[in-house]
Design a protein around this ligand. Structure first.
Ligand SMILES: CC(C)(COP(=O)(O)OP(=O)(O)OC[C@H]1O[C@@H](n2cnc3c(N)ncnc32)[C@H](O)[C@@H]1OP(=O)(O)O)[C@@H](O)C(=O)NCCC(=O)NCCS
Length: 163
């Protein structure tokens, strides 16, 4: 299984739009957006001109299976956040994220020259345990919630030093 990342292109937008609204993705994300095709094109134009982020699709053997974004790039504090999902369910649980994350760590430390990666996740996302096993440390002082459809969800901040 060959896992690669490539920067998002226009032809990826419709697939990403559908995955981002898919129940088994959006229930683990911090927002539940309803995204029209026009919204998606606007989003792409906005992110293409945003120096604080780099957005990729995850490829398995040349097939697009998910999204991995580096956001909130903060050169001063040498920090960034990451957000990701595997949209195609048959590619979950087979090590795609682990491999994609290794590539991201390399980009973050060598290309962007940052030293810290942050994940803000829903506290009840079972994947948080995996992030800890990958070397992320929970910031115990972080105590935020996000609201989805009027329901508050506890968040957890996970930090990993890289490079
Ligand atoms: C979280 C997610 C990206 C993991 O991707 P994946 O390719 O399935 O993960 P991998 O197969 O590389 O597994 C990596 C590790 O995480 C663990 N893991 C993955 N998904 C898990 C889950 N839902 N619950 C518990 N552990 C999980 C695996 O067991 C593995 O641990 P190991 O290395 O000790 O065996 C994927 O499940 C997903 O897209 N979830 C929905 C969206 C989401 O939660 N995004 C993250 C928001 S913070």
């Amino acid at each position: 299984m060959n896992v690669e990342l490539r920067k998002i292109e226009k032809e990826d937008l419709e697939q990403l739009r559908q995955w981002r609204m898919q129940e088994n993705v959006t229930k683990y994300m911090l927002t539940d957006p309803i995204i029209s095709p026009e919204d998606q094109i606007q989003w792409f134009e906005k992110i293409s001109n945003d120096g604080t982020r780099v957005d990729y699709v995850i490829l398995v053997d040349n097939e697009v299976v998910g999204y991995y974004g580096i956001t909130n790039i903060d050169k001063e504090n040498k920090s960034c956040e990451v957000g990701f999902y595997i949209g195609d369910e048959k590619y979950r649980g087979v090590g795609v994220f682990s491999k994609a994350h290794k590539i991201i760590e390399d980009i973050v430390s060598h290309d962007l020259k940052l030293s810290q990666i942050v994940i803000i996740a829903l506290k009840d996302n079972p994947a948080c345990e995996a992030y800890v096993n990958m070397g992320f440390v929970i910031d115990q002082s972080y105590n935020n919630v996000c609201n989805k459809s009027g329901i508050p969800y506890k968040l957890v901040k996970l930090i990993k030093k890289v490079g």
